[in-house]
Design a protein around this ligand. Structure first.
Ligand code: TTP
Length: 200
């Protein structure tokens, strides 16, 4: 029995569901951080920084007694094509612009996870290649009106209606959805919190 407590620093229902899939018991606490990209920041540095900031922001709200026994997990996902970082769409025009960039092309989905404890911060970056079919403006517009792209990096959800845009994928499906299952279980194990079926 471990006395360690796991806290997920995410309001994303996908991340909550994926972490629960590993069999972990955890609390959810939400942070509010500035998600703007810094000048000349590379996508890999950006997602690792945001995952870390989300976890650190929640960790800082805990009492020192709770901090001593907590692991706070933060995560961030962005879509990258031709060095452009694509976050969530602001409106229909932004969604069509984003999906036009992805149409008929291969892009990368970067997801970083960060675990913050009282004595260390550990991070892991996962990159997945996703190939899209060619999309028409009518299709992109209809997709926006389903309501699905609004809170998704790159304006699509592979796990939803947007899954039909994906012709192939190399890497981690769960990372594209928001939390890489293999890497999360491995990282938490190294931090002394094995999943339900892992051996210590
Ligand atoms: C590409 C892609 C992204 N996404 C989601 C994962 C993330 O939830 C979201 C990217 O936004 P994030 O800023 O990474 O996360 P979030 O705001 O949803 O949640 P929090 O910061 O509280 O953890 O896009 C999908 O659900 N499916 C996909 O196919």
């Amino acid at each position: 029995m471990t006395d360690k407590k796991l806290v997920l620093a995410s309001q994303s229902p996908r991340r909550q569901q994926l972490l629960a899939q590993l069999g972990y018991q955890f609390a959810i606490q939400i942070s509010d951080i500035d998600e703007s990209v810094q000048q000349s920041e590379q996508a890999a540095d950006y997602v690792v920084r945001l995952a870390t900031e989300k976890a650190k922001a929640v960790f800082s709200t805990l009492s020192s007694f709770t901090q001593a026994q907590s692991l706070v997990l933060g995560s961030d996902t962005c879509v990258v094509i031709n060095n452009a970082i694509l976050g969530k769409p602001a409106d229909l025009a932004d969604c069509i612009y984003t999906l036009s960039l992805l149409s008929g092309k291969k892009h990368q989905v970067l997801t970083a996870i960060a675990v913050v404890t009282a004595d260390k911060i550990v991070t892991k970056l996962v990159t997945t290649d996703v190939q899209f079919k060619v999309l028409s403006v009518a299709e992109m517009t209809a997709y926006w009106h389903t309501g699905e792209p609004q809170d998704k990096a790159g304006s699509y959800a592979i796990q939803g209606i947007g899954g039909q845009f994906v012709t192939s994928m190399t890497g981690s499906y769960s990372a594209v959805v928001g939390l890489p299952l293999y890497e999360t279980a491995e990282l938490l194990k190294t931090m002394g919190l094995p999943s339900a079926i892992q051996q210590n």
